[in-house]
Write a protein that binds this ligand. Structure first.
Ligand SMILES: Cc1cc2nc3c(=O)[nH]c(=O)nc-3n(C[C@H](O)[C@H](O)[C@H](O)COP(=O)(O)OP(=O)(O)OC[C@H]3O[C@@H](n4cnc5c(N)ncnc54)[C@H](O)[C@@H]3O)c2cc1C
Length: 388
């Protein structure tokens, strides 16, 4: 007899959400978290598309700011902007408090939470997790242990991720239009990018992800602040860093008695590195499949999770990979010219109508069908990437 029906490794937002779903279905669930305190240190910009409210509970108290629009800056500072008029397009969250809240919800539904429990070895065939001084067993083990997942390692998966750095800054004055987040692109950091996400008119999260180490990323952020007149004298209140997994369509996310969710499964958007909404949706699919597998005592059913995930995300993520490849192929002159042309064609209006932080394929299809992509990208590239 196993100790638990389901053992979840990692009490991040995705693991806690999954644990809540399976606890609600009446399964005996435990969550093992290596940290003493959930959610710290912050490793997120906390920007979530408005769809978050359809995919998980989000009480207003965790929303620090509502975002209505975005400004995209080319290497030479040509700017293109878009805005939703009536409703916010995204929210900026207090991620630390939200992570704690999601874990508490799982506990309220009956999940047992063990802090200070670092899983050291996983036996995916027998359903065992080994800690420093004990081991536990479960019918199914769920790896929700982030980008360097030990559960994923037990599958024989490779880790592919990039570093991200972020500063919390305070300018002490009215420096930001807090309705807009800002994105800066250039060929040095592509396919990564730099962001400014305002929490208020004077405070913001300024960060970037790119294929450099932390030190270099912090150097790029410092230079960015130094070269920006409005931000030059800003106080840096906090510095954070983290890793963003690289999306991998071939990653194996089910093996024996174990499956992976969230960053552990590289469930992130290739274009932005955002992982919360996709992770929450996959947690729901995984919970249904796990429940069915345990109810019918058939471990093979777990394979349906991988099939369902791929079916649901294949088109969207393939499209995002194309966007990412396009961005990566452009040098600074190309990027300037593309953004200038997009601006001339008033693409901001199309983006305002079709743009969605989480599913970018409707916008891309619109831009392809209307011929905009063909007219702004260098010819050879649009043919190579979009087959136009
Ligand atoms: C700088 C930065 C900015 C980001 N900005 C955004 C954004 O704006 N919007 C967005 O949607 N996404 C963003 N992301 C991505 C987002 O933070 C992740 O996708 C999200 O945290 C994934 O949640 P998770 O629960 O899968 O993993 P995590 O949040 O990484 O949680 C994993 C948990 O597992 C625990 N753990 C790890 N190993 C073990 C072990 N061996 N034993 C026990 N416990 C273990 C960890 O301590 C952690 O608590 C950003 C990421 C970074 C780095």
């Amino acid at each position: 007899m196993k100790n638990y029906d389901v053992a979840v490794v990692g009490a991040g937002p995705v693991g806690s959400t999954f644990a809540r779903y399976v606890a609600e279905k009446g399964l005996k669930v435990a969550i093992f978290e290596k940290k003493k305190e959930i959610g710290v240190p912050l490793q997120c910009a906390g920007l979530l598309g408005k769809k978050i409210k359809d995919v998980n509970v989000l009480p207003d108290e965790f929303i620090l700011n509502e975002i209505y629009g975005a400004c995209l800056y080319s290497p030479s500072s040509t700017m293109i902007s878009m805005r939703k008029k009536e409703e916010p397009l995204a929210y900026v969250l207090d991620r630390v408090a939200y992570d704690k809240y999601l874990a508490q919800l799982a506990v309220d539904k009956g999940a047992e939470l063990f802090l200070n429990h670092r899983a050291e070895k996983i036996d995916i065939e027998n359903g065992e997790i080994h800690f420093k001084d004990k081991k536990i067993s479960a019918e199914i083990i769920v790896g929700a242990d982030g980008h360097s997942s030990i559960v994923s390692e037990a599958f024989g998966n490779n880790f592919k991720s990039v570093h991200a750095s972020q500063f919390l800054i305070d300018t002490g004055k009215n420096s930001f239009d807090d309705d807009y987040f800002q994105v800066y692109v250039n060929s040095k950091i592509s396919p990564g990018f730099l962001w400014i996400i305002p929490l208020s008119k004077s405070t913001a999260r300024v960060g970037l992800f790119a294929d450099f180490d932390y030190q270099d990323l912090s150097g790029i952020l410092n230079d960015f602040l130094e070269n920006n007149e409005k931000l030059r004298d800003a106080k840096i209140l906090k510095k954070y860093h983290g890793r963003i997994p690289i999306y991998d369509s071939k990653k194996n996310i089910v093996n024996n008695r174990a499956l992976l969710i969230g960053d552990a499964a590289s469930q992130v958007k290739p274009t932005t590195g955002g992982g919360l909404i996709i992770g929450f949706k996959c947690a729901k699919i995984a919970a249904e499949v796990v429940h069915e597998s345990i109810s019918s005592q058939n471990i093979d059913i777990l394979k349906n999770y991988q099939k369902k995930y791929r079916k649901m995300y294949n088109t969207e993520l393939k499209m995002q990979l194309k966007v990412q490849n396009t961005y990566e192929s452009l040098d600074d002159d190309n990027l300037d010219s593309v953004i200038l042309k997009l601006n001339e064609k008033e693409v901001g209006k199309i983006v305002s109508e079709y743009g969605d932080l989480d599913s970018q394929s409707p916008l891309m299809i619109k831009l392809i069908k209307s011929g905009v992509i063909f007219s702004v990208l260098p010819n050879l590239l649009s043919r190579k990437i979009f087959g136009l």
